[in-house]
Write a new protein. Structure first.
Length: 207
């Protein structure tokens, strides 16, 4: 990398956790002026990885007294929570975006995880529309965010290992289900418990 003194090193396994990232790295050293150089090509050991569906929006209870072919549901935010990606213990020379990108690679996500500049705010007046035909009975609709948190240890060259924590998300979504069927996912179960009749299959499964 520009302005850095190359030094071969071997990145080992930390805490018995699978290491992702480059196997070779440029160690921190001194440049020609004798100043310390950040180490940007190290390896990560990930631990405590948690993926969680967080319920963020709910519709009103939905009841079709006769068969209905289409329906539009307004999803209302549960609260005014604003989600922002964050990284604590960011290694010098890497940056929060680099740490989040490395976590995405470790998790083999299909789409990039949310970066430092992104925010997730449940929309006021967000609508969910469905057109499956033959809708009848009690239904419910909800919105969710798929949060990701993880701890990491970053090692590179002769530098001291850096420990940190990441909080981001891998996507958002919404659902629409009949109360006569078992709910889907953590957020779906929470929504069913809030919106479905107490004696429905979905509400009983949510308990």
């Amino acid at each position: 990398m520009r302005g850095m003194v190359g030094r071969a090193c071997t990145a080992g396994v930390v805490m018995g956790v699978l290491v992702t990232g480059l196997t070779a790295c440029t160690g921190a050293g001194d440049d020609r002026d004798g100043k310390a150089v950040a180490c940007a090509d190290g390896a990560y050991a990930w631990s405590g990885v948690r993926r969680e569906e967080r319920l963020t929006e709910l519709s009103d209870p939905i009841m079709f007294k006769k068969k209905t072919s289409t329906y539009t549901s307004r999803l209302k935010p549960l609260d005014d929570t604003v989600y922002r990606p964050s990284v604590t213990g960011t290694p010098d020379g890497v940056g929060a975006a680099g740490v989040i990108k490395a976590l995405g690679k470790h998790l083999k996500v299909e789409e990039p995880l949310a970066g430092p500049s992104e925010t997730e705010i449940p929309e006021q007046g967000h609508y969910f529309e469905v057109a499956t035909g033959g809708l009848e009975g009690a239904y419910y609709s909800w919105g969710y965010t798929k949060l990701v948190t993880a701890d990491f240890t970053y090692t590179c060259g002769d530098s001291e290992p850096v420990k940190g924590h990441v909080r981001t998300w891998e996507g958002t979504g919404s659902g629409f289900m009949p109360c006569s069927e078992p709910p889907e996912g953590v957020a779906g179960r929470a929504a069913a418990g809030e919106l479905c009749p107490a004696d429905s299959r979905a509400a009983r499964a949510a308990d």
